[in-house]
Design a binder for this molecule. Structure first.
Ligand code: MN
Length: 246
């Protein structure tokens, strides 16, 4: 088995090291990942400047681009074969609900799916004191299953793991994408030269109570697996829009 591992926290993140380490028991692991943190890069692809690739150690390549660039370059230049599976993560922080659209971790798996390779994204729901052991053990189980059974067509798996010990975790739920409650996430301050600046992010945000959602599963102590697809069409609104007279 050839396994391509990538992430958006950068090739030196503990999360990708734990993931690659754990998957080595499954086959040959190749790491192609950004040379620095590219969290919230979304599904962006670099078109207007060249990309440099460096083999930092055997089968480990850093790219000065986005997670999407990494998957694209791995498939179309770096690896001499098509991988059997692409695994992205383990991200430092959850990727659930609306946040998925910003996520570089999930976007790398999207890129893999677009290129026809079964792809899975893993994220750990904490912001500090990261312990990747439970998530990396679970990644092995998921990858085994995907390789054994195959992935539903045009689908990727978005896996979020609570930051709990093995025996505190209640199990695993198949979930739907939840809904964020976005608050006042912009911080406005003044720099030492008297100019205003803004900083996006900040507080832990809430989520709406949606039954069977990713947020709900983690709040209850379960690992969440959400099957995602890249067709963003809102089918239920097609009929209604059809009645508008353009
Ligand atoms: Mn990240």
């Amino acid at each position: 088995m050839n396994i391509l591992v990538t992430n958006d926290d950068g090739i030196f993140s503990e999360g990708i090291k734990a993931l690659a380490q754990s998957l080595m028991s499954m086959g040959d692991v190749y790491v192609v990942a950004p040379d620095r943190e590219r969290s919230a890069a979304g599904h962006s692809l670099t078109l207007h400047h060249p990309l440099r690739v460096e083999e930092v150690s055997k089968n480990h390549f850093s790219v000065d681009g986005t997670p999407t660039d990494c998957v694209n370059l791995a498939m179309n230049g770096i690896l001499p074969f098509r991988p059997d599976i692409i695994v992205s993560g383990i991200n430092k922080g959850a990727n659930m609900g609306d946040d998925i659209t910003y996520s570089g971790t999930v976007s790398a798996a999207m890129e893999g799916t677009l290129l026809g390779i079964p792809s899975v994204a893993f994220s750990l729901d904490t912001r500090k004191d990261f312990d990747f052991s439970v998530a990396s053990n679970f990644s092995l189980k998921v990858v085994k299953k995907v390789l054994e059974i195959g992935m539903p067509k045009d689908t990727l798996l978005n896996v979020n793991v609570p930051h709990l010990s093995e025996n505190e975790i209640k199990g695993c739920k198949i979930t739907r994408q939840g809904k964020r409650v976005y608050g006042d996430a912009i911080v406005e301050k003044v720099d030492p030269r008297g100019r205003k600046y803004f900083w996006i992010g900040g507080d832990d945000l809430g989520f709406e109570h949606v039954e069977d959602s990713d947020f709900q599963a983690l709040a209850e102590g379960y690992i969440s697996i959400t099957p995602l697809h890249l067709d963003l069409t809102n089918y239920s609104s097609m009929d209604e829009l059809g009645t508008w007279r353009f």
